[in-house]
Design a protein around this ligand. Structure first.
Ligand SMILES: Cc1ncc(COP(=O)(O)O)c(C=O)c1O
Length: 457
């Protein structure tokens, strides 16, 4: 929208293009410009845009019944979706609490964990532990659990100080150690943290299996989650997996915890659950937790007006079935490996690429001034924003993932196209990224070092 607008957008000074429609991996604005959606919006549009099958389901359910209130009715789509999700989720996460956004899903997860311990007679077991460089949502409870520094900053004094653990960020280890010599201190320190805070005060540990918006697809090293799970079990601390970004195929498994055979007690999902066709998210809860609450108060103390509304449930149900019927999880794993190879090839050409990490169709690229030493760009240059702006001008949308780190380091962006993307279209992503990196590196001039690459990305 150019000129006057009443809509509050992220940047109050910027003119945003007005979208007209989408088809597959592309979005089109009303001026006829085409954009390759290289990050599925915000890692949401997993089945691509403009899917007519989903539109048909939406229309048909809306004309039957769109809304019923959760204390008065259930619906066939909600029941069927709940059953399908329970079937797909790891272990005994057989209970589904529907909400409307990822923030509500993680906040509900936090409340369910606290309620579980209360109903078992542990009134003080109500603190959550999380990691720095994490994002669990924007509502105050979810933000309390988030270690995304830029998003915490304006509200810092109002938030709980839940982030207590250093992230598994091997490229710039916060403890200046190297794997495997580090003996996974970033995970091992959870034990000391629990002891210091007192296990009798801790309800749960929340984590993104692959750290998204605040780290740029950080994948922990082997052994990390084994150790985390072991420590949590030892001290009766519940495991909450935040799969809002990673769930429903994004990382090449239906849920990212499957990469490590990890069994959470509670799991938050969103984004890919509907692929953006309707706002819906959910908190999935284990049999043990529901059994305890059933034999206590008998009710989960949470809820939202739109919880489990039939329209959103029907749409999400058709999206999850679409993911299954079109084998999009397997496709994400296979094409993800192809994208990875292409990204590494790009790194050999572009000195601004310092590090590449990710899984499946979720990739992070960290930008640096000097790839030999990992020296970051000056913060004032705001290189990720330069790149994102230039990419948009070239017709490629990429996702900023820089705000989780203190100072200029950690300047990264994410790539995560729809899981439906073909190999030819992946090549288009790479070509546009190649062009964009070249243009930005030219603009950076002497701010970038062209020494020979000494360390691998
Ligand atoms: C891992 C994770 N958790 C929670 C959220 C919050 O989801 P929402 O923006 O739908 O509230 C996000 C959003 O980016 C996320 O990436």
């Amino acid at each position: 929208m150019r000129g006057m607008s009443n809509v509050i957008k992220p940047d109050l000074f910027k003119d945003y293009p007005t979208v007209s429609h989408g088809k597959g991996i592309y979005l089109y604005d009303i001026e006829g410009n085409r954009y390759l959606d290289g990050c599925s919006g915000a890692m949401v549009a997993n089945i691509g845009h403009g899917n007519v099958n989903i539109a048909k389901v939406l229309r048909s359910q809306a004309s039957r019944v769109a809304f019923t209130y959760r204390s008065q009715f259930t619906s066939q789509p909600a029941e069927e979706l709940g059953a399908l999700m329970a079937n797909l989720a790891p272990g005994d996460l057989n209970w589904v609490f529907f909400v409307s956004s990822g923030s509500e899903a993680t906040e509900t997860a936090m409340k369910v964990a606290i309620q579980y311990w209360q109903e078992r007679g542990y009134q003080n077991k109500n603190r959550i532990i999380s990691r720095w460089m994490s994002y669990h949502g924007i509502t105050m409870g979810a933000l309390s659990m988030s270690g995304h520094r830029a998003r915490r900053k304006p509200f810092a004094t109002l938030l709980h100080d839940y982030p207590a653990l250093q992230p598994p960020y091997c490229y710039r280890c916060p403890m200046e150690l190297r794997y495997p010599g580090c003996k996974l201190l970033c995970a091992a320190s959870l034990e000391n943290t629990i002891q210091l805070l007192g296990p009798e005060n801790i309800a749960a540990f929340i984590f993104e299996p692959v750290i998204g918006a605040s780290g740029g697809a950080l994948v922990p090293p082997d052994g990390y989650y084994d150790l985390i799970a072991q420590i949590c079990r030892k001290y009766d601390v519940l495991l909450i997996a935040d799969e809002v970004m990673t769930g429903f195929g994004r990382t090449g498994k239906m849920f990212a915890v499957e990469h490590w055979g990890l069994q959470p007690d509670i799991m938050a999902v969103g984004k890919g659950l509907s692929g953006g066709y309707t706002p819906i998210a959910a908190t999935m809860v284990s049999n043990e937790i529901i059994r305890t609450i059933r034999s206590g108060s008998g009710s989960i103390m949470s809820g939202h007006t739109y919880s489990a509304n039939p329209l959103s449930a029907a749409v999400a149900l058709s999206v999850v079935k679409y993911i299954q019927n079109h084998h999009l999880v397997e496709k994400a794993a296979k094409n993800g490996a192809f994208l990875e190879k292409k990204l590494y090839r790009l790194a050999s050409k572009h000195p601004s690429i310092g590090n590449i990490r990710g899984l499946g169709m979720m990739w992070g690229v960290e930008l640096v001034k000097n790839y030999s030493t990992g020296e970051p760009f000056d913060a004032g240059l705001n290189v990720p924003n330069m790149l994102i702006k230039q990419a948009m001008e070239n017709g490629l949308i990429i996702y900023n993932a820089s705000g989780g780190f203190v100072g200029p380091a950690g300047a990264s962006f994410m790539l995560g196209p729809p899981l439906t993307i073909s190999r030819r279209e992946i090549q288009s992503v790479i070509d546009l990224l190649d062009l964009t990196l070249g243009q930005v590196e030219n603009q950076l001039g002497e701010h970038i070092s062209y020494q020979q690459r000494l360390q691998s990305v």
